[in-house]
Design a protein around this ligand. Sequence first.
Ligand code: MG
Length: 379
Amino acid sequence: MTRDALDDWLAPYAARSGASRGRRLAEPEAATRSAFQRDRDRIIHSTAFRRLEYKTQVFVNHEGDLFRTRLTHSLEVAQIARSVARNLRLNEDLVEAISLAHDLGHTPFGHAGQDALHECMQPYGGFEHNLQSLRVVDELEERYAGFDGLNLCFETREGILKHCSVENARLLGDVGERFLLKQQPSLEAQLANLADEIAYNNHDIDDGVRSGLITLTQLLEVPLVARHAHTVRNDHPELPGRRLVHETVRRMINTLVVDLVAESGHRIAAAAPRSIDDVRNALPLLGFSPAVRAEADELKRFLLRNLYRHYQVMRMSAKARRVVTDLFNAFMDEPRLLPQDHQARAERDRPRAIADYVAGMTDRYAMKEHQRLFAVGET
Ligand code: MG
């Protein structure tokens, strides 16, 4: 579909590349791609995107080849988000760009790494991973002759900045405004957020079972899982464990997606937004029905209790926190330990430059760097 035909096909409340609020620095339009397609392409070509392959989702990258990483997680988010977008006639290119970029600012070692870095940065304005994703695309990528970062469209940047403290929102200009005015972002941004939730809840079940940290019997305590596992067993009584889990998980994803499309369709019809501005001034218009929301929350609580707080995950998290904290402190004490180009940044703002350096590390790079700095006999 051509750019103009796509804009005609979209719902009136969708984001249109032709009506974008623009890039930070004006650029001529691409010959063959819409502005949002171009954003997606810039994200895929970025260094930060390739690093996602070696960053932890829940399981540290070296723990096994088949667990999700931030990269495969981001691809699953984009896939779910696109299929919902097409059903609601939202802008698939934009939602794909946001989904692929949403975790670019994540530290090594998942949430443990991010919590540790936030603690280290507490006296210097803290560390928020959504804000870091925005820093990556606005400032930290060094690829283009004319500007730092990727110079993405406002709508993509607004979607990347999912959460933000009021103090930081005040410093951010255009993308910070909605947090001060209590407005909503585009439906594409709201959708990427919900697709993120659908993706991680379901793939964490799969990875949890694969790792042996959660069992099928435990999982059947969760009503949403039990309901679908029951149907699968009825349809296929002889199905072995792994296929049973996969069949159950795919049906759960389907239920969540179908419910999200239906419930959001009702809410949109009731609010009848005629433009993206109406969307910004309405309550959140995308979401699950109350019954499915409750089931999804129950699943989240199950994963928190049984997977994220499993002692083996906690041990890895404790180690990750130590690695991140040690690295940060070592560089703060002696910035001349930093690689040259980071030293230059550290002269302007030492803690932020160190946070950027540490946040950009992959899991294995962080461990290697920790060895280089702390292990006697390492070079
Ligand atoms: Mg995510």
